[in-house]
Design a protein around this ligand. Structure first.
Ligand code: FAD
Length: 76
């Protein structure tokens, strides 16, 4: 039998972030997802600097290249 402290249902950004955070606290987890990975994940490729910092990624080391937007205006 597999034992775990936490069972996470859904391995999208929320579930995988949760698993990562739990691992940092030495809490075991298993991520259960109904999809076979890599799954189809629509994405515009948008990531904020705060997220990069959070995952410990340096902008200069990111292998796929980034376009930096210094401001964003929303029109309604
Ligand atoms: C077209 C498009 C472009 C986007 N572009 C960006 C972007 O550039 N940058 C950005 O930050 N965000 C973007 N987003 C938003 C981003 O995709 C969502 O905010 C993010 O996926 C939400 O993560 P989540 O883990 O909450 O949910 P999801 O990504 O939906 O993950 C949920 C997971 O749970 C699984 N699941 C569901 N039900 C069950 C079940 N009953 N049992 C087991 N597993 C289950 C699913 O298979 C899925 O893998 C975009 C969204 C869309 C639609």
């Amino acid at each position: 039998m597999i034992k775990t402290d936490v069972l996470i249902v859904g391995g999208g950004p929320a579930g995988s972030s949760c698993a990562r955070r739990l691992k940092q606290e030495n809490i075991s987890s298993i991520v259960l997802d109904k999809a076979k990975f890599p799954r189809f994940k629509p994405c515009a490729g948008w990531v904020t600097p705060q997220v990069l910092r959070w995952v410990g990624e340096e902008v200069d080391n990111y292998p796929h290249g980034l376009t930096e937007f210094t401001q964003l205006r929303c029109f309604t």
